[in-house]
Unconditional design. Sequence first.
Lengths: 251, 322
Amino acid sequence: MSNILAIAQKELKSYFVSPIAYALLAIYALISGWFSLIAIANFIEISMQPQGGPADLNGYVIAPVVSNAGVLSLFLIPMITMRLFAEEKRSGTIELLVTSPVTDLEIILGKWLGAMGMYASILLVKLFCLSFVFMFGNPDWRPLATAYLGMFLQGGALLAIGMFISNTTKNQIVAGATTFGMALLFWTFDWATTFKADGWAKVLAYLSLTAHFGAFARGVIDSKDVIFFVSVIVLGIFLTARSLESLRWRA
Amino acid sequence: MIKVEGVSKRYARFTAVDNVSFEVAKGQIVGFLGPNGAGKTTTMRILTCFQPPSEGKASVAGFDVVDQPMEVKRRIGYLPETPPLYPDMEVGEYLDFVGKLKGLRGNDLAKRVAEVSDKINIGDVRAKLIAKLSKGYKQRVGLAQALLHNPDVLILDEPTSGLDPKQILETRELIKGLAGDHTIILSTHILPEVESTCERVVIISKGKLVATDTVANLTHRMRGAENVGVEVEGRDGALDTKAAQQRLEQVAGVSKVILREEKNNRALFEVESLQGRSIRADLARAVVEGGFSLTELKAAGMSLEDVFLQLTATESEKGEAA
């Protein structure tokens, strides 16, 4: 366990000693602020309408902001995961990790936790934007909490997949682009249901990240969705482990 | 300490290491010698559990590299060809991280990092970013990394490559100083390095083991007979070279005398002896008794370089014939 933490700590630190963390945080803060601004402006507009009465803060501000966060993570996560293994393979430091008395699983979990740490710091920025809503209004905090749980699970799943992809190449750009493509594909799989309602379309739709994240954004925790994300996390870690092992046979 | 038995590593298209066996005793420094691409790095990677052998068995301190990799890794310090450094980290930070990877914690960790920094002389750069270090310092930090957990076995892949001559000397001294406490395997394609630092040498070429012996034995074995350089000076001005040569040829056990150089009243001969005979004392007596002055007498043994070229050349000729 302490090996995992040592690796996670180093991983998280390496984001913050390079410009990566600051670039990601700054871009995210900007976009997140923009989204919040629009949501709040929209909320004010609706509240002003004579027949509307007091609008629902959760429905008009928090829900759109968090569901946008789901989309935003598609862009962010490849930037977090692309270096995880690709960089170590290129610079040769992978030899240090693999020949140290730590297990492959410890290395992988450590890296995944470090990436989760980076992702969590980004999500904190969004919480800062939303804190103003709590300061001046009185929304229900519980849907926000479930949305955050959803973002963590979805992020964890994408990070695990991205980590696996990063382990298959020495090139960070390839890793990032592939991860982004995969994330986008999984995000839009439920579009299949627009022209077909059963059979393979249903299977694809089930694999869609949108479908599973949507409920969290609405404040619903469905065990089906939790199981889905946890399975993807386990799958990603398993694939990374296999791929790290294959490095030993090929390298 | 290290035992390699019939180890091979095959890839789809070529064989990197082919049936190599050798042993290294505790506390020895062994030079692992071979041209570039001979399979040195692959063999080292097998020993460090980075990759498993396709065939054969290798063990470190009695632990098999395939069955008990954790035990092996705990006992090995490995410096790959490019030191595994994180350029964004400070030296101290890096050593702390590696120490943790090697299982050191708390006081032990701080103590070992301080000890090793002291030994390797990197105390003054501990707060520096690794990316800003000179090549020599980077190499030293890499060496420090391998030493942190005080491993029984050190495996160093070309530890002096890319360093300037002064740094090379320093690094060699450093490595020599580590012998005894640690068993060391050091790979290199630089021959003088082996002669100056190692006790034993393992020569490998095209994945095959060519020779393994002590440095002294190997040069001796290849030399077969003793070669002696003799410089002779005439006592009163002119030197009768022919007479001197004849005189040398008459010494018992001499098989051949070659005149190498002639200058003023001096001549340099190379004398070859029959195998297994020591003729230096007899040569000296013959020169003096013949009325000449003996100005120099030295064993002109074959250098490891010659041995190496001879061994690897015959190997490649055989390969081409086959």
